[in-house]
Design a protein around this ligand. Structure first.
Ligand code: NAG
Ligand code: NAG
Ligand code: NAG
Ligand code: NAG
Ligand code: NAG
Ligand code: NAG
Ligand code: NAG
Length: 370
């Protein structure tokens, strides 16, 4: 339980010196608070959240984005923009047809037969209704005085649409994506449905053409988080640590300042159906590039042949054998290791904070007992 204690006590000073000197755009189908709080707690400005279809339909993704900001009173300075509602080429029919040819995808996101929107009836939520996400992404990159990192953790559709209009945008941006699984076939065939899902590149497979446009573009830097993010989970030790440094479950439930803590730990017991810190790991890697402990470089592209069992899957090739004139590839850093202790330390540090005056002061205060 005390495993996080050491990194936590030194967290602020240490992290300030190594956070990326960038501003960030969060582009996602399933925005969660930590994707925003982690960079903010490291002093990185988050320009906004752009939403896209994927696990959720785009309206639900937009609702989720707005909901991430409410407990921290962050809506006034972190705008939300609604993006692509459908893939470039695939339709629900051709998506289903492909599965008839090559086999079912375990998790089918917003096109699953039993998909239900998480948006409550008559819910009201704030987003910028005047500007679409694609235009906003281009405008933000164009006008930013600081280098922009985009953390893309949904389908790549917004990025592909922006690149169609402004191909040179890529050269100005560092792109970090969640997903990009290259070595999971044995696990998928032998591990059961959940493991199969962990190695299914759903974000790429729901819009393969957009994924290829985006992942083969000439980014300033391209980082692919890969299966490392499927290996890092919320743990009971983490929950215990969060509860302890927050002053206990009673304090958490009685004070709305602990809104993010409460949402995260609930009654303090890890849920039985516990999912990895998928997108949060991508945000961590974008925030602290120095805390990547292991990676390799390769040239990447996405299979866009519909008549292929690997339609929408990432392919990697070495530099010397990459196609010179055929399928466009891009150099990427594929991450295989991060400093996991520091990741957990950051989760605690970002959640156990009073964010309520961040928009007016640019600061947040730690709520940790020591
Ligand atoms: C997508 O197709 C499946 C299978 O036909 C269907 O059950 C589902 O309702 C469709 N979803 C949408 C959003 O059209
Ligand atoms: C949603 O709003 C409509 C129109 O205002 C109203 O008739 C309906 O009762 C509301 N539904 C719920 C569940 O609040
Ligand atoms: C942006 O990144 C480039 C390349 O990494 C670097 O040379 C430049 O100094 C950075 N600009 C700012 C404002 O940080
Ligand atoms: C996860 O990815 C790494 C690096 O690509 C690979 O070596 C490893 O086999 C993968 N794990 C599984 C279970 O596929
Ligand atoms: C909630 O916690 C904050 C931070 O510790 C504190 O400033 C505030 O007074 C608390 N509010 C209540 C109602 O206890
Ligand atoms: C606490 O929450 C967990 C996860 O949501 C749930 O499985 C468990 O039943 C809850 N326990 C109590 C005592 O409410
Ligand atoms: C919420 O943020 C606004 C600035 O956007 C600020 O005026 C207000 O005081 C904040 N609310 C609280 C409870 O701190």
């Amino acid at each position: 339980m005390r495993a996080f204690r050491t990194p936590l006590t030194t967290v602020t000073g240490l992290l300030a010196s190594i956070a990326a000197a960038e501003v960030m755009i969060v582009d996602n189908d399933t925005p969660t608070p930590l994707q925003v709080l982690m960079p903010l707690s490291a002093g990185i400005k988050v320009l906004g959240i752009s939403t896209v279809l994927g696990d959720y339909d785009v309206d639900a993704a937009t609702y989720e984005a707005a909901s991430c900001l409410t407990p921290g009173n962050l809506s006034a300075c972190i705008p939300v923009y609604k993006g692509a509602a459908q893939p470039l080429l695939l339709t629900n029919d051709t998506y289903q047809q492909w599965q008839q040819l090559y086999g079912s995808i375990v998790w089918q996101g917003c096109w699953a037969g039993d998909y239900a929107s998480p948006v409550p009836t008559n819910a009201t939520y704030n987003y910028d209704e005047n500007t679409g996400a694609v235009q906003w992404i281009m405008d933000s990159v164009k006008t930013s005085k600081e280098n922009v990192t985009i953390v893309a953790a949904g389908t790549m559709t917004n990025l592909a649409l922006a690149l169609a209009q402004w191909p040179e945008m890529a050269e100005k941006v560092k792109l970090v994506i969640m997903g990009g699984y290259v070595d999971g076939q044995i696990a998928q065939a032998t591990g059961g449905d959940f493991t199969n899902d962990l190695y299914t590149d759903f974000n790429l497979m729901l819009d393969p053409e957009a994924a290829q446009v985006a992942l083969s573009a000439p980014w300033r830097e391209l980082v692919i988080v890969g299966n490392i993010s499927s290996q890092i989970y919320p743990t009971q030790e983490l929950f215990d640590e969060i509860v302890t440094v927050s002053g206990g479950l009673t304090a958490i439930s009685q004070n709305s300042t602990f809104g993010y803590v409460k949402e995260t730990v609930g009654n303090g017991t890890l849920p039985a159906f516990n999912l990895p810190f998928w997108d949060e790991v991508a945000s961590f890697i974008a925030t602290y590039p120095d805390l990547v402990t292991e990676s390799y470089d390769a040239y990447v592209s996405v299979d866009t042949s519909y008549a292929s069992p690997f339609y929408g899957n990432l392919r990697i090739v070495p530099a010397d054998l990459r196609p010179k004139k055929g399928v466009r590839t891009s150099k990427a850093k594929l991450v295989t290791g991060i400093d996991v202790e520091r990741f957990y330390g950051n989760v605690v540090n970002a959640l156990v904070r009073d964010w309520s005056s961040y928009c007016s002061t640019g600061r947040s205060t730690s709520l940790m007992n020591n």
